[in-house]
Design a protein around this ligand. Structure first.
Ligand code: X8Z
Ligand code: ZN
Length: 627
């Protein structure tokens, strides 16, 4: 099964980071679907014994495998060509998925109580019980209502528009503009129009969606939907929360130094009236619509001398006239250099690499495996720039993972945990060093920055990697709060801004109120894609990277290591990927890195020289902000 942000389907089915389009089927059609789902559910037939549980799992795996391939096709067509018809098609299968998912999860909960289960069956029952991203209660029509609402949320996002100089622009263009604009009036316009236009209309739907999904999660025996999401990490939801906070605690001092330095540089560039010396940073000045990665404003923060790293990936790609497809070929080339097989011909025929003309699509990047085997695809609206160069490696990481585990049984067709799935491609992209760029002919050897530029290289990387951490953390802190009721619907906006302030130390450029719904302006909220995975991935990718560099005998500074072309790394990587979700994630982590713990240490080691440098720069400044 493939990952999904699908509302109706499972965390296991459909494209990684993909959404299914859903539109409410007519009422009669929905009734018919519910009956069909009931009839197809092999559930209650099996006896409540260990053998009965095995039979149940076998029947479910077959049923869901068959459903997932056709559902994925409907979802793909919908995501790459949004119309009422494709919404209805995707909804048709989405509804069946919800119905089956709830029925199977309930059965799984019952079978979990059977004594003497074999470990695989017990593991699969737990996966099945928590596999829905959003559950629906058994109340008549609830699944259909959930699907209607989530369709509307996703479509609203997909069709979202912003303005620049008063002219309407699509979301992908708005994202690009946020990276390039250096005029605070203009960034405020793009930021505010996007957040207001996209988020506001979602508030009522989102509130209702939370109610339904929570009722569904409770029926499955979880405290709420957030607890259900946190149940898929081979530990209790409470233990997961504790690990999450522990990891953030390890990296907070590094983030605080970066925040302090960046605020100072922004203040120097824009002055007190735009960016005060103290307090939070204005969110639209950081080169990204969500202030989640700041690498695009490296030019603003680069120190004189050491900061001039001598090249910029966007410029290199443009200078060599690379097309989006060329960029994907370069990405594939990294994976094949490790000894992994090339992507299938169908990948090139069927992927959406650039935004198609004349139709609505979901531009947010995703990776798909349509047949649970090798019908791999990416869906992007690629721009020729450094951000999308990294995103391509990210998406291909999903595809290579999907293909590596394709021999696993259905319920194990997934990452060791969802953070692993998100980490693979990013880990590969950490190898995009100056030396690697020379090897693939993008950079002239004469332009390779020497060791005196290491601070610049690390700062450029930190602006993306370190800056992301508190954002990666807070998105699901907000959602967990929404699900457990500690953030009420009347506080959705305030709760979001409060967490943005507390963790990221940022503030919106314009006045927000409870008429707004800024969380909705971030893809993963309307698409209901859990987000803790990205926080975990940000940390895991450095663990993988350090392990790969150790394997290849690298002795220099960590950030200069590229394992391009290293077949041994490829083999070890593939061994971990092939495991899919068949074993608890610490087993998979151990297979590649030799450790069973998620840890911020490798990331801290990578950035240690930069952290010392930042502390030096920040001496005498008042760092931090009041939350
Ligand atoms: O959503 C994504 C990928 C698809 S899984 C493009 N990412 C997160 C985001 O864009 O918010 C990758 C980094 C974080
Ligand atoms: Zn991803």
């Amino acid at each position: 099964m493939k990952l999904a942000a699908s509302v109706s389907l499972f965390a296991l089915a459909l494209g990684a980071c993909a959404t299914t389009g859903r539109n409410l089927p007519l009422e009669a059609e929905a009734d018919r679907l519910e009956q069909a789902a009931d009839a197809a559910t092999p559930a209650t037939a099996a006896a409540r014994t260990p053998e009965g549980a095995r039979q149940f799992i076998a029947a479910v795996e077959k049923d869901l495998f068959d459903l997932s391939t056709i559902s994925s096709r409907a979802a793909w067509v919908n995501a790459t060509h949004i119309t009422d018809d494709t919404d209805a098609l995707a909804a048709y299968f989405g509804t069946i998925g919800t119905e089956k998912g709830v029925a199977y999860a309930k059965e799984a909960a019952e079978f979990s109580k059977v004594q003497g289960l074999d470990p695989d069956t017990a593991r699969k029952l737990n996966i099945l019980r928590g596999a829905l991203v959003l559950a629906a209660p058994s109340t008549g029509g609830a699944a259909a209502e959930l699907n209607t609402i989530s369709t509307r949320l996703s479509s609203t996002y997909g069709k979202g528009r912003a303005t620049l100089d008063g002219k309407t622009i699509t979301g992908d263009v708005a994202e690009e503009a946020m990276g390039e604009l250096r005029n605070p009036a203009k960034t405020a316009e793009v930021w505010t129009s996007w957040h207001t236009n996209v988020g506001r209309p979602m508030r009522t739907d989102y509130t209702r969606m939370v109610e339904i999904a929570n009722a569904g999660a409770k029926e499955l025996g979880y405290a709420d939907s957030g607890a259900m999401w946190r149940s898929q990490y081979d530990m209790s939801p409470e233990e997961f929360s504790a690990m999450y906070d522990r990891l953030w605690g390890e990296l907070t001092p590094l983030y605080n130094q970066l925040h302090c330095y960046t605020r100072d540089r922004l203040n120097a560039k824009y002055g007190n009236s735009v960016q005060p010396k103290n307090g939070p940073i204005r969110a639209d000045l950081l080169g990204n619509m969500w202030a989640q990665e700041w690498g695009n404003i490296y030019d603003v923060v680069a120190p004189k001398g050491a900061g001039d790293v001598g090249y910029d990936i966007t410029d290199l790609l443009k200078a060599k006239k690379k097309t989006p497809t060329d960029m994907v070929k370069i990405g594939e080339g990294f994976y094949t250099s490790l000894g992994l097989a090339p992507l299938p011909e169908t990948f090139w025929q069927r992927s959406q690499i650039v935004r198609p003309e004349g139709r609505e699509v979901i531009c947010h990047a995703s990776a798909w495996d349509l047949d649970n085997k090798d019908d791999l695809r990416i869906k992007m609206c690629t721009k020729v720039n450094g951000d999308d160069f990294v995103t391509i490696h990210h998406e291909l990481g999903h595809n290579y993972y999907q293909r590596a585990y394709n021999k696993q049984p259905y319920l194990y067709l997934n990452g060791a945990n969802d953070g692993f799935h998100e980490a693979i491609g990013d880990f590969i992209a950490l190898s995009v060093t100056p030396e690697y760029l020379v090897q693939i002919g993008l950079l002239d050897r004469a332009k390779v920055p020497d060791a005196s530029k290491d601070t610049g290289l690390l700062l450029r990387q930190a602006m993306d990697k370190v800056a992301f951490l508190p954002f990666g953390l807070m998105v699901d802190k907000w959602r967990w709060g929404v699900f457990d009721g500690s953030i009420s619907p009347q506080q959705y906006e305030a709760g979001w801004n409060q967490l943005r302030l507390q963790y990221q130390g940022i503030t919106p450029p314009t006045q927000r109120s409870e008429a707004d719904f800024d969380p909705g302006a971030k893809y993963h909220i309307p698409a209901s894609t859990p987000y803790a995975r990205y926080f975990l991935a940000r940390i895991l990718q450095f663990q993988f990277y350090k392990a790969a560099c150790d394997m290849s005998g690298w002795k220099g500074p960590l950030h200069r290591c590229s394992f391009y072309g290293n077949k041994q790394v490829g083999q070890r990587l593939n061994a971990m990927l092939e495991m899919g979700a068949s074993k608890p994630w610490p087993d998979a982590l151990e297979a590649f890195t030799g450790t069973r713990e998620m840890s911020g240490k490798p990331m801290l080691e990578y950035f240690a020289p930069l952290q010392r440098w930042l502390e030096e720069q920040n001496k005498g400044k008042t760092c931090g902000w009041q939350a």
